[in-house]
Design a protein. Structure first.
Length: 335
């Protein structure tokens, strides 16, 4: 029996160390250690071993099992290691790598982030509304009567069901006031659409930012202070700002805002519209809400709106608005 153990040990260890693949190693494992393998088979012979020899032979059998198990483990590790080394030998670590393509933030998004940060500091929250709007939210509620030229089919994209692509983000003023009582202090950045001929200064889809502040005793002074703070933060300390009387159906009085910066060489540039919310707008809201939360005798407010594309162009010297949507990497990489 002991001689058998010895020769089986030599045979098993030789077979294990000769295994060149994990499949060959598995075969050796089954052959010697498997349920019907050589070692379990030999162990059955223990029954016939004389009583006084049992301890010695048992010990030798245990040693055989331990040695073969250890040899299997060592060989398995060696094979895995060799496979890894072979895979790595295909890689030349001295070759130059492939640099990942680094994107950058679109100039319009950069401006939007900056604008939002400035208004956040003044307590404005972001509000949203749908791009496909009802005529009521886009025009009627904003005191824009049916005969107004802005409602012309030549100026706006209408859906078959009578809804339209919003021509301005002023719609979000209305949606905000419909849904929450004063005080409200919101900005609403988003897309606006017009049936414009696309050229260097016009797109059929562009980006606007609307603002609205309604509370008790809001005055033109609040409007001017807010707007001046915003444009000075954006364009720098030396920026001159001018409020020019204008007309918008939804504000009274209304102004256009012009700025003058060193980079404009003394020229005034028109940037935004604004004004005090027209009492007629508040009355529309009251009739929708079925309450007097926006009673024009109790609350007042200001609103403003500007085109972000135009602003981005002027801040960064982009000569053609179409560049903002063409996704030309040579252009985008500059920002
Ligand atoms: N909605 C106007 C436009 O698209 C911009 C505007 C002007 C918004 C005056 C306002 C405002 O809120 O008070 O040209």
């Amino acid at each position: 029996m002991e001689a058998q153990i010895e020769s089986l040990q030599a045979e098993a260890l030789a077979a294990i160390n000769a295994a060149e693949t994990s499949a060959a190693l598995d075969a050796a494992r089954v052959k010697y250690m498997g349920r019907a393998g050589a070692i379990p088979l030999l162990s059955e012979g223990m029954r016939t071993v004389a009583k006084e020899d049992k301890a010695r032979v048992g010990k030798a059998l245990n040693a055989l099992r331990t040695d073969v198990t250890a040899a299997l483990e060592a060989r398995e590790y060696a094979l895995a290691h060799a496979a890894d080394a072979a895979a790595l030998s295909q890689i030349d670590v001295t070759l130059p790598g492939i640099a990942p393509l680094r994107g950058s933030i679109h100039p319009l998004t950069q401006l939007l982030d900056k604008a939002v940060r400035i208004f956040r500091r003044m307590g404005f929250a972001i509000a949203e509304g749908p791009d496909i709007e009802t005529e009521w939210h886009c025009f009627d509620a904003l005191n824009t009567p049916p005969h107004h030229p802005a409602r012309n089919e030549q100026d706006t994209f209408y859906m078959p069901d009578g809804r339209l692509l919003r021509t301005h983000t002023s719609t979000v003023q209305i949606r905000t006031m419909e849904n929450q009582p004063p005080p409200v202090r919101i900005i609403a950045p988003g897309a606006a659409y017009r049936r414009d001929e696309v050229d260097a200064t016009h797109l059929a889809q562009f980006t606007q930012m609307e603002g609205l502040y309604v509370a008790e005793k809001v005055s033109v002074a609040d409007l001017k202070g807010t707007i001046e703070f915003f444009f000075r933060e954006l364009f720098g300390e030396g920026t001159a700002i001018r409020f020019r009387p204008h007309f918008f159906p939804f504000t009274e009085p209304s102004f256009e805002i012009d700025i003058q910066t060193a980079s404009l060489g003394g020229k005034w540039m028109e940037l935004a519209g604004c004004g005090m919310v027209d009492p007629a707008v508040f009355e529309q809201i009251c009739s929708r809400r079925l309450d007097r939360a926006y009673d024009p005798d109790k609350v007042s407010g200001f609103a403003f709106g500007f085109g972000l594309d135009r602003l981005a162009m002027n801040l960064t010297g982009i000569p053609d608005i179409r560049m903002l949507v063409e996704n030309d990497l040579r252009f985008l990489k500059q920002f």
